[in-house]
Design a protein around this ligand. Structure first.
Ligand code: FES
Length: 124
């Protein structure tokens, strides 16, 4: 057993290693780099890590726009395109820009490891 790690440690290391990192930049200039489980939304990653500014009043139903954020320009082509429902709801967001997205509609995946999200000044 010398030199070998217990099985549960290997599983834990694998699980942690597999979690993509998402970087949230909040309006006050604070950088939050957190690991978010694949399959969760960027909004859920924010809520689970107490990222200030992403409120998610509707719980991810694409019905409130309080999860509004700006996707860093370097990542725009890696994030899946928005659908009509998100596009319509974003019209209700404060200060919509070309890189605006509702974070509840973006699923975390390996391809988004390192994604930079600028949290918007959400009204709530
Ligand atoms: Fe309500 Fe995203 S959480 S629109």
């Amino acid at each position: 057993m010398v030199g070998q790690r217990p099985y549960y440690c290997a599983v834990l290391e694998y699980w942690i290693k597999e979690m993509p990192k998402i970087i949230y930049l909040t309006p006050d200039g604070t950088r939050h780099e957190v690991e978010v489980e694949k399959g969760y939304s960027v909004m859920e990653g924010a809520i689970n890590n107490n990222i200030e500014g992403i409120v998610a009043e509707c719980g991810g139903a694409c019905a409130c726009a309080t999860c509004h954020s700006y996707i860093d320009e370097a990542w725009l082509d890696k994030v899946a395109e928005m659908d009509d429902m998100e596009d319509s709801m974003l019209d209700a967001a404060f200060e919509r820009k070309d890189n605006s997205r509702l974070t509840c509609q973006i699923e975390v995946s390996d391809e988004l490891d390192g994604l930079v999200v600028h949290v918007a000044e959400n009204e709530y």
